[in-house]
Design a protein around this ligand. Structure first.
Ligand code: PGA
Length: 240
């Protein structure tokens, strides 16, 4: 694992965006794995700037998002569909048919998950996967568990995740289930970029980098990925 430490979230966002921009420049039809949450917002802002400046184009880029809530209308303000369109897709030249976001309302969640994994494979696999990390060490919605997960699946969210994310849900109650890429799907990405800022992430980062590889800290498996970089601000890196 490569670790890079930044002064603040803004400079970290520029560095993360640079990795994605280079990937797009080197391979205009690349496949990107994308994440939601507060952490990636500066990264997406910078990618929008670069696209507006015509330095990069998403015209041939395909994307796959890590996860989506179940039982939340697609256009709810807290759906990841809405998040991705508001923060990136509506602001760049991507083709909607190249955007892949899990349908958390699919009648058959297992089929939805299997179709998603098959679509990643058909696209040639993910070139670069962006990840945040939960305070409990989750990646995507792969929560601490007794075994590492494999492909995309439906997960019951833990109390820690419900607490961390419930601040966004002032209208509809927060869903208790989500569809998420599994740890195995994430590890299949050719390159992984994990970003973390703020003191609340410091323990999870310590466990990820210095702890044993254990499904109780899902991100710890990244120690075994051949091309994984952690971009951290000083607060998130404070226990290293
Ligand atoms: P955050 O979420 O970026 O909003 O902190 C990250 C995560 O839970 O994976």
């Amino acid at each position: 694992m490569e670790i890079r430490i930044f002064e603040d979230a803004a400079s970290l966002g520029l560095a993360a965006a640079d990795i994605f921009a280079q990937t797009i420049k080197n391979k205009p039809s690349c496949v990107l794995g994308l994440a939601t949450g507060a952490s990636p917002i500066p990264t997406y802002n910078r990618l929008v700037e670069l696209c507006n400046a015509k330095e990069i184009s998403f015209a041939d880029v395909k994307t796959f998002n890590l996860d989506e809530y179940c039982d939340l209308p697609k256009d709810d303000k807290n759906s990841y569909y809405t998040f991705m369109h508001e923060n990136l897709f509506n602001l760049v030249d991507i083709k909607e048919e190249n955007v892949n976001i899990l349908d958390g309302n699919a009648a058959d969640a297992e089929k939805e998950a299997a179709d998603f994994d098959a679509a990643i494979k058909a696209a040639g696999g993910i070139d670069v996967q962006l990840l945040g990390i939960g305070n409990n060490g989750h990646i995507g919605f792969n929560e601490p568990a007794d075994a590492f997960t494999t492909g995309t699946f439906k997960v019951k969210l833990t109390e820690s995740t419900l607490q961390a994310n419930s601040r966004y849900f002032d209208e509809n109650p927060m869903p208790h289930y989500a569809l998420t890429m599994g740890v195995g799907s994430i590890m299949d990405a050719k390159k992984i970029v994990l970003i973390a800022t703020g003191p609340a992430k410091a323990q999870a980062i310590f466990n990820t980098v210095k702890g044993e590889v254990t499904p109780q800290v899902p991100a710890s498996i990244l120690q075994q990925h051949p091309d994984c970089v952690l971009l951290l601000d000083k607060a998130a890196a404070s226990l290293l």
